[in-house]
Design a binder for this molecule. Structure first.
Ligand code: CA
Length: 229
């Protein structure tokens, strides 16, 4: 399933994009702050596509675009959102490497069409991401697949992201709040931290030999969770 990162500070716009894309079957994460958006773009969930607003607090869209293009994940397609028609010239003129752009206001139908068209294009130089494998659990970030003791795992998008995060940070205890922010993005700020407990429980049922006595995802008292070292 394609995972789409929306970096847009106007919350109503971000939410209506998220709502539309979820309805189309996409997995969606929102960031309303530029720096937070870039962090998520570099995080454990690799976005299949980024919808990026040009004008953002703390770090602008151009800067984010440039940063993404200079990294291992330079292949991630970016659709730029601009407020005024004249900004388009800037986006194109600067050759910052956005794949497409939409001028506000745009229809959700147009957005969906652009997203699908962009995702259909072959990713130019997709760099394979490392396969994470610890204690019999394997997550292939490029293929978006996971297995336990060699058997394929059926995971929901958030279970997959959570497992990828835990594996990537294996041996390090993470708080529920940190996990919420990494996996749920902006939405995580408004989520009950127990959301994490629920997802950990579901994951344990799928990857632990004995979910009642977990040996892979460990509970760290007073902190949160960690994947066994
Ligand atoms: Ca904006």
């Amino acid at each position: 399933m394609a995972h789409i990162l929306i970096i847009e500070d106007e919350r109503p716009i971000a939410q209506s994009i998220a709502y539309t894309l979820k309805r189309e079957g996409f997995d969606v994460t929102i960031a309303t702050d530029g720096a937070e958006g870039l962090r998520l773009a570099q995080g454990p969930l690799i976005p299949s596509l980024i919808i990026l607003d040009l004008m953002l607090p703390s770090m602008g869209g151009l800067e984010i675009c440039r940063a993404v293009r200079q990294q291992q994940r330079a292949w991630i397609p970016i659709i730029m959102l601009t407020a005024k028609a004249e900004e388009i010239d800037r986006v194109i003129g600067l050759e910052i490497g956005a794949d497409d752009y939409l001028t506000k206001p745009f229809s959700m139908r147009e957005l969906v069409a652009r997203v699908k068209a962009t995702l259909r294009r072959p990713a130019a130089e997709a760099q394979p991401e490392p396969v994470l494998a610890y204690h019999g659990v394997e997550v292939d970030l490029t293929r978006h697949s996971a297995s336990v003791d060699g058997a394929p795992l059926e995971l929901s998008p958030k279970e997959f992201d959570l497992l990828a995060l835990l594996l990537r940070q294996h041996g390090r205890a993470m708080s529920r709040e940190e996990i919420l922010r990494q996996v749920w993005g902006e939405e995580g700020l408004y989520r009950d931290p127990h959301t994490v407990d629920v997802h950990v429980r579901w994951l344990r049922e799928k990857i632990e030999r004995n979910p009642a006595a977990p040996a892979r995802i460990l509970t760290i008292r007073g902190v949160g969770y960690k994947f066994a070292e």
